[in-house]
Design a protein around this ligand. Sequence first.
Ligand code: ATP
Ligand code: MG
Ligand code: FE
Length: 341
Amino acid sequence: PLVLGFETSCDETGVGLVRGQTLLADALATSVGEHERFGGVVPEIASRAHLEAMVPTVHRALADAGVTPDDVDAIAVTSGPGLTGALLVGVAAAKAYALALDKPLYGVNHLAAHVAVDELQHGRLAEPSIALLVSGGHSSLLLVPDLARDVESLGRTIDDAAGEAFDKVARVLGLPFPGGPPIDKAAREGDATAIDFPRGLTGPRDAPYDFSFSGLKTAVARWIEARQRAGEPVPVADVAASFQEAVADVLTAKAVRACRDTGVDHLVLGGGVAANSRLRALAEERCTAAGIVLRVPSPRLCTDNGAMVAALGSRLVEAGVTPSEPDLGADSSLPIGVVSR
Ligand code: ATP
Ligand code: MG
Ligand code: FE
């Protein structure tokens, strides 16, 4: 099936076209620059930007794929989780296209879509797989028995998301927003063993698959303050590398442990933080050592985009999942167990 996918859960307006598991177009507009001076995404600004970008982005996706609206077999849209006002723009657009083209509509879970996108590059996901989903708003370990119908949460962050920690640490280091890419870059020149930052929730009695990054974030901020009080320069590259190491260490250790405990030997990474070069390298190293098959989408497909929504939509059509009702709405806190609705 040819599936048109809409993504507007945060600050990216994404429109993707997928045929089966083949990526045909992935048009993206972003309001990221408009949020920079606020140090985080401002919902009203994001919603307005989605409204302005939506129709041109749809046209660009259709042109890139060389298809017409009549060629489309089904429409998929992120209906949650995310910012309500932002989600509603995508849902309204998807409903309008579904109605005008008389095609089925699938409201999908943004997190499951972050997992589904890998199929565009590496083919069908092994089922069950373990998924490590790390982004600006989420950090979760998932068990995926059936990507079209059954995704289960093994654990999640109890405070900040991994991407949020990157963004906040970048801010105290004076690096631009979003913080992941500049920290990744600065860390390349730094020593990851320079500072021993805390690894949250890794004690013997801690929940094995939950994460905590707020203590790490505070430890980095305190360390920098102490340097500044002492009148010493802040070694930005070393702080970036040591912080990044702490995040990558915890994420990969817990993901490998989840595979071992459940007897699942396939791990897939997804979400914006999965674009991180150190996380990718350490995951590869530890999975190889543990006999786990690792799959990681290319960095461009790790962050929010429309192709991931189309990829999950295509999976749903193929699995014969019932389409959404025409009154589909947005659910800012859609649980991960709900793959589509
Ligand atoms: P969610 O998917 O939870 O709704 P989101 O839409 O903000 O959140 P994504 O676009 O998937 O998420 O990810 C954005 C996050 O990824 C930001 O926090 C950003 O700093 C982080 N990120 C992007 N690239 C990198 C990188 N190379 N290293 C670390 N973090 C990164
Ligand atoms: Mg984003
Ligand atoms: Fe996302």
